[in-house]
Design a protein around this ligand. Structure first.
Ligand code: UDP
Ligand code: MG
Length: 315
């Protein structure tokens, strides 16, 4: 029995590309239904993330003309992650499988069929992974790949070169609902939920019309959010920096004492320099220690689930 699928498409000021993308997606979905890959309850859900252009009017038109198109309008611009989240949570009881994809269709829609197949074979999450970025500009490619490397180094559990193009089973969406944090970094959360996952590889295309809604400023904010939502490494660095300072202070002490006895110092130099070296080291250690506790408080306050059960056999 084929399952029902919803394809969630966040749209922010996408008037230049909406008609062509929605047409392509609708045709593709019809094809999946005709091929018996998904059932006829499947839908597209366009989420207007507070667009300032006529995107919402276009979505309304599309919904009026196509029975397989749904629309959701957010009250203002909440950002890509929130738009995707709204699309998933508002539809949580209506579908068996959820796919999120950007409105510009830079991610190859042909991967959708592979995702649906992997889901039918038991995968609960199917990650779309870019294995070719030759169409991205050098700048976009190197910043994006640097982003994944940095995230992984900091201990954020992202899938390398996977953005938010993925399929999720409805049980994943139910678990996702238990992550109450407002700074939601979805692509970091999904791997922490667990369950069987698969990867589907595809080639990323160029944006055909309109501009990227992710300028460098937003990308940096996004990366920073990802790191601070998952990792207390920056705080630990402060502590280690403090310890390093302290060790340096020991060397400074040796140098200062030797200079003093060699008679090459002016009066007051030794008594000023030594406390400075030690106090700055110990201050930094103290800040790092406080940071450790703040890190713990931060972990607690997010109140993430402590475990997730996959099966429970009891009789
Ligand atoms: N988007 C959104 N809200 C925002 C910014 C972007 O919903 O505040 C949507 C946008 O319409 C697109 C997706 O997020 O569907 C990714 O944006 P974009 O293609 O501009 O990013 P890039 O591919 O350049 O990283
Ligand atoms: Mg794009």
């Amino acid at each position: 029995m084929p399952k029902s699928l919803v394809i969630i498409v966040p749209c922010y000021n996408e008037e230049a590309i909406f008609e062509s993308s929605s047409g392509t997606l609708l045709r593709y979905l019809d094809g999946l239904i005709a091929g018996n890959k998904v059932n006829s309850d499947s839908r597209l859900c366009f989420v207007d993330d507070g667009s300032k252009d006529i995107t919402w009017e276009l979505i309304q038109n599309c919904v009026a003309k196509n029975e397989r198109a749904n629309g959701l309008k957010l009250s203002k611009n909440f950002g890509h992650q929130s738009a995707v989240l709204a699309g998933m949570l508002e539809n949580k009881d209506r579908f068996d499988a959820f796919i999120t994809i950007d409105a510009d269709l830079q991610d190859d829609i042909e991967a959708i069929e592979k995702m649906v197949d992997a889901h039918a074979n038991g995968a609960k999450v199917v990650y779309g992974v870019r294995n070719d970025r030759t169409t991205d500009t050098f700048f976009k490619r190197s910043t994006a790949e640097g982003f994944y490397t940095l995230m992984l180094k900091m201990g954020v559990p992202v899938v390398y070169n996977h953005a938010d193009f993925r399929l999720m089973d409805k049980m994943i969406i139910k678990e996702l609902e238990n992550y109450k944090e407002s700074n939601l970094f979805i692509r970091g959360i999904i791997p922490t939920i667990g369950f069987k996952s698969e990867k589907v590889y595809y080639k990323r295309k160029e944006r055909e019309a309109g501009e990227s809604k992710y300028p460098l400023r937003k990308m940096l904010a996004f990366a920073w959010n990802g790191i601070t939502s998952f990792s207390t490494t920056p705080m630990k660095l402060v502590l280690w920096f403090g310890v390093l300072n302290f060790i340096i202070a020991l060397f400074i002490t040796a140098y200062v004492i030797i200079s003093k006895f060699a008679g090459t110092t002016v009066s007051g130099w030794t008594s000023t320099l030594l406390p400075m070296a030690y106090f700055s080291g110990s201050n930094m250690i103290a800040i790092g220690l406080i940071g450790e506790y703040i890190g713990k408080i931060y972990e607690e306050i997010k109140a993430r689930p402590r475990y997730i059960i996959e099966k429970d056999l009891h009789q």
